[in-house]
Ligand binder design. Structure first.
Ligand code: ASP
Length: 300
């Protein structure tokens, strides 16, 4: 018997953990169910403007969602650029369980969801529309806002990423996001990329990343973390090596952020962030709290 544990990204991770917890302690459910539920909770929350329904749109005023879920290299699923379904994480799980593919994107992912009985829904809330209009006004109208460089700041991105270990010792991970607010239409970030936003290996560990996807995609951040653990690093050493790798490989901007959590099959975990602001939500039989990451490289 392993002690069940779930770790989620950011302060909204605490409510996500609580939604997931019953699935971790119910012996007929699993860590896979728990991480899916953690994501579904955030996807349905209109107050969470960086995941699912009611998110910040891209600069064309549309929302597109990315998600992935993983148990092992042979068991993973992902979706990208989903625009008409509230729960991309469930579509990602269906891809994993019912296809021989790893990732479906756009229209094909939506047709697949329809075939599996999922109901399409509007993703834009009034708050999303208002936020977009405000952003457009502040950036001099749609034509001017179409420039490729616009501010991406700490308020306009945050993925829900969850890693869980159930009492049978099975590790699972999932993440779901609307990506960077005001992104170029068509942009897909790290979250659906296996080895980028999420990686799980049942023998070596799991990792999930959040922040500026463009800083984690090129270094395959979560695969790097799990590979470091395979080579003997502790989860804390592994996540610190990833953030250091991002620092070494990119010209950092003030608004860049990377947050990463890693969990070993034995229940040891570590977390690190490039800058302050990132939090880890921890839920176990004896803890239910929000903690600072183990290391912040550039404190505020
Ligand atoms: N990593 C996500 C992306 O780049 C956003 C985030 O986690 O803040 O799409």
């Amino acid at each position: 018997m392993t002690a069940p544990l779930i770790l989620s990204t950011w302060s909204f991770g605490r409510a996500a953990n609580n939604a997931a917890w019953p699935y971790l302690v119910d012996h007929s459910k699993s860590s896979l169910d728990a991480v899916e539920q953690a994501c579904r909770h955030c996807e349905a929350d209109p107050k969470n403007m960086t995941v699912g329904y009611g998110a910040y749109p891209d600069r064309g005023g549309q929302i597109s969602l990315d998600a992935s879920i993983m148990l092992s290299p042979a068991w993973c699923g992902a979706v990208a650029y989903v625009r008409r379904f509230m729960h991309p994480i469930t579509i990602a799980r269906l891809v994993m369980e019912h296809t021989e593919h790893v990732m479906l994107a756009g229209e094909g992912a939506e047709q697949f969801a329809l075939r599996h009985g999922l109901e399409p829904s509007e993703l834009l809330s009034d708050a999303s529309r208002e936020a977009w209009q405000k952003w457009i006004d502040e950036h001099g109208g749609v034509a001017h806002a179409n420039i490729e460089e616009s501010a991406v700041d700490d308020d306009n991105h945050d993925t829900i990423g969850a890693l869980a270990l159930d009492c049978t010792g099975v590790l699972a991970g999932a993440c779901s996001t609307s990506g960077l607010a005001w992104k170029l239409p068509g942009r897909v970030g790290d979250s659906p990329g296996i080895g980028q936003g999420l990686y799980v290996h049942p023998k070596y560990g799991a990792a999930v990343a959040t922040g500026t996807g463009e800083l984690t995609m090129g270094i395959c951040a979560t695969h790097l973390a799990v590979e470091s653990m395979r080579q003997g690093a502790t989860p804390q050493q592994a996540v610190e090596a990833v953030v250091q790798c991002a620092i070494d490989n990119y010209e950092l901007r003030e608004n860049h952020q990377v947050g990463i959590i890693a969990l070993s099959p034995g229940g040891q975990w570590g977390s690190a962030a490039l800058r302050g602001g990132f939090r880890v939500a921890v839920r176990s039989e004896v803890r239910d709290e929000l903690v600072e990451p183990g290391r912040v490289f550039i404190p505020a």
